[in-house]
Write a protein that binds this ligand. Structure first.
Ligand SMILES: [Zn+2]
Ligand SMILES: [Zn+2]
Length: 130
């Protein structure tokens, strides 16, 4: 690859460790993580918000899923706009008939097929017991 950056270094132990040990002073914004935390605080010295609300464009780093399940876009929406649009990303999604109940978090439990990675399928377990 010819394009890109010449000097790229990997942070030993990762961004989160950098935040814990060095207080993350030179890190801007939040670190997006792929679990329930969604955004992890790294900079404890002078934290900044670099994203903006999808609706009103005020500074905002509150990541929510659109309450319309067939949209489900993951975007920053501020507290006020979240309640205003019932957790939807647009007027259109807000009026969607399948819109999920917004509880102020913008996080929706995935509908389950009964599979639990720690237990396997419940049905299979029951068959084994017999
Ligand atoms: Zn907003
Ligand atoms: Zn939407």
């Amino acid at each position: 690859m010819d394009q890109g950056f010449d000097n790229v270094y990997q942070l030993h132990g990762g961004i989160i460790k950098y935040g814990i040990e060095q207080e993350g002073e030179d890190f801007e914004g939040k670190c997006y993580v792929f679990d329930n935390r969604i955004g992890a605080e790294v900079n404890k010295v002078n934290p900044t918000v670099i994203s903006e609300c999808h609706i009103c464009h005020n500074a905002c780093d509150r990541m929510v899923n659109c309450s319309n399940p067939s949209c489900n876009i993951h975007i920053p929406i501020c507290e006020a706009c979240g309640w205003e649009l019932h957790g939807a990303c647009s007027e259109e999604c807000q009026t969607n008939l399948k819109r999920r109940e917004y509880d102020g978090t913008g996080y929706y439990q995935k509908s389950s097929n009964g599979y639990n990675p720690y237990k396997g399928f419940y049905r299979i377990k029951k068959d084994l017991v017999k």
